[in-house]
Design a protein around this ligand. Sequence first.
Ligand SMILES: C[S@@+](CC[C@H](N)C(=O)[O-])C[C@H]1O[C@@H](n2cnc3c(N)ncnc32)[C@H](O)[C@@H]1O
Length: 286
Amino acid sequence: MSGLPPGGPPGTGGPNPALRVDLLSIFPEVLEAYSSTSVLGRAQRAGVLQLRFHDLRTGALDARRTVDDAPYGGGAGMVLGPEPVFRAVEQIDPPRPLYLLSPAGRRFDQHVALELARPGTAFSLLCGRYEGVDQRVADHLVDGELSIGDFVLAGGELAALVVLEAVARLVPGVLGNEASPEEESFADGLLEQPHYTRPADFRGHQVPEVLLSGDHGRISRWRRAESLRRTIERRPDLIAARGGLSSNEVQLLLEHGYPLEAASADGPAVSAETTGNDFPEERDLP
Ligand SMILES: C[S@@+](CC[C@H](N)C(=O)[O-])C[C@H]1O[C@@H](n2cnc3c(N)ncnc32)[C@H](O)[C@@H]1O
């Protein structure tokens, strides 16, 4: 499972992949199974993406391949020990930077994904387990820590797959002919517009008329307006982070019937420069 020669066997990425990621876990088979399907599987078979899966237990010192131990100071649960993890990393020598998945890490988002998705790049992901990982791993072995959100998973595997998939699909060639990541949510600090497919009338629910019009200019303006509207309604923090709305965007929203005046009582839409309003507090999702 680990230690494949550069280039790997057929189906594990070509000799010059656009992205190489090594994943270290006590459950490498879980990571490998997911990564062999869909976008990640196709990208590996096309040689664009090279993934290597390593078992942290190769660093264990005993015949039972133990990697955890009781916490100093007492308390519930076990801790992934420093010795097996350091030994595994030293044997594997995975590409750096090496990131530990951790709820205490830097929040992973689309900006971090873009940073990691530079073509020709390589990095590695180390999955924690148990109550956590001995602090010396974070302090003296890895190059950084990544969190996928303010919640606690049982292990780093799902978090690593989240990071891997979000990064990989930004690398040119990974998505093939599928939609361009530049047009997706967060690409320009906004949520994406809604999508529709056939039938135009589903149980009385109609597709917006503009999408059936064949007028590409109108469709493009509608999509932009919907993207702005959704972001204002659902994630006003994103609007604030990009400095509010430009006057063209305000105009576009007004043209599409968005009630900016009504909304501005809550202050969601228009930047302080444009209207003098403050931005709203982030609202809870329904
Ligand atoms: C049960 S968690 C440990 C949580 C730890 N006791 C705490 O309260 O921060 C076990 C492992 O899951 C992974 N993990 C859990 N939640 C995560 C998150 N939100 N982001 C990234 N990794 C996470 C980490 O690798 C962590 O070492």
